[in-house]
Design a binder for this molecule. Sequence first.
Ligand code: HEM
Ligand SMILES: *[C@@H]1O[C@H](CO)[C@@H](O)[C@H](O)[C@H]1NC(C)=O
Ligand SMILES: *[C@@H]1O[C@H](CO)[C@@H](O)[C@H](O)[C@H]1NC(C)=O
Ligand SMILES: *[C@@H]1O[C@H](CO)[C@@H](O)[C@H](O)[C@H]1NC(C)=O
Ligand SMILES: CC(=O)N[C@H]1CO[C@H](CO)[C@@H](O)[C@@H]1O
Length: 320
Amino acid sequence: MKLLLMFLFFVPLVLADLQLGFYNSTCPQAESIIRAVVQKRFKSDPSITAALLRMHFHDCFVRGCDASILIDSTKNASSEKAAGPNLTVRGFEIIDEAKASLERQCPSIVSCADIITLATKDAVVLAGGPNYAVPTGRRDGLVSNELDVNLPGPTDTIPQAFDAFTAKGLTLNDMVTLLGAHTVGVAHCGFFRDRLFNFQGTGAPDPSMDPILRARLIRICGTRSRPLSKDPTAFLDQNTSFIFDNQYYNQLLMKRGIMQIDQELSLDGSTSGIVSSFGSDGAGFLTKFANAMVKLGSIEVLVGNAGEIRKNCGVFNPPV
Ligand code: HEM
Ligand SMILES: *[C@@H]1O[C@H](CO)[C@@H](O)[C@H](O)[C@H]1NC(C)=O
Ligand SMILES: *[C@@H]1O[C@H](CO)[C@@H](O)[C@H](O)[C@H]1NC(C)=O
Ligand SMILES: *[C@@H]1O[C@H](CO)[C@@H](O)[C@H](O)[C@H]1NC(C)=O
Ligand SMILES: CC(=O)N[C@H]1CO[C@H](CO)[C@@H](O)[C@@H]1O
């Protein structure tokens, strides 16, 4: 009986969900305010598409899409930002700018989690990617802890990475599709340097890398004996680096993946077929990507009265 009561009690919470146009009546201009900020930024820096995509992914994979990635560490508490994989996440100022504008026009209405999700979509569109309707109504989380960050890494095998996606309710197809976000943006040499000189401790380069690409990456990253003191970056899609298209997959088919996890997609039998089909069907990829992004944006979201609507995306609201 107790169990049944608990079940009845929790059903409404489970059914409460994201919806299209959540701010229709409470802040009708919300989506256009965010779009304007993203458009202005994109004009001076088209790399923001990559920045926002990666921020969105890291947010959603740690405690769900609840803007926990935006919380600044304090003297007492190391937030998600302090965790290794977060070191190079960027674009926080775009979210802050949108939030400041929203707070002026509809205070305490639009969550930081929705801002990340909508801004990412806007930036994807500006880079030539698909437009898709983003269901909204996310609430901001009350916890951000460095120790919660457990993201897949660039040297994971496909089965290892897939485990991380399965744990979030995503399929292998979703994973291959979402990794298509690597059609924009950069990776620091430190994430793939071993492939150039000493792949998996073999003392030799990764045989699965095109030698022309290897030579180009050595010019960027430095030779084996004289590593550069700073860690430079290389484009993840060496062909159309700022365009959101399917060229990432075609580069993989030409052995021009930058990180090991990228190249593995075309080598592993479970994913190679998907890579080939996306390589030849650009429009199909864009449609699938839009659908996968809606799934990514729905992971473990807080809705209803859960969490809060932060006034400042970098700090939890002070207790009332
Ligand atoms: C197995 C899954 C994944 C792994 C192991 C992975 C790993 C990485 C690594 C190591 C970098 C380089 C970061 C740097 O050097 O600053 C990177 C960059 C990036 N990742 Fe992923 N990633 C994965 C999935 C995703 C997904 C699902 C998305 C988005 C939907 C995404 C979007 C991006 C973007 C856009 C960049 C470029 C960032 C920039 O230019 O600042 N990644 N990823
Ligand atoms: C908001 O408006 C759009 C467009 O008219 C509609 O499709 C959507 O269902 C509305 N959402 C809500 C929550 O009222
Ligand atoms: C540190 O933690 C204490 C107790 O949890 C709290 O009262 C205080 O405000 C925190 N200080 C900072 C700078 O977050
Ligand atoms: C680069 O991308 C274009 C399409 O945007 C494609 O036609 C071309 O074959 C690609 N070139 C290389 C070297 O991958
Ligand atoms: C963007 C950001 O906040 N990065 C932080 C990641 O963690 C390191 C080490 O704790 C900080 O120095 C960075 O500022």
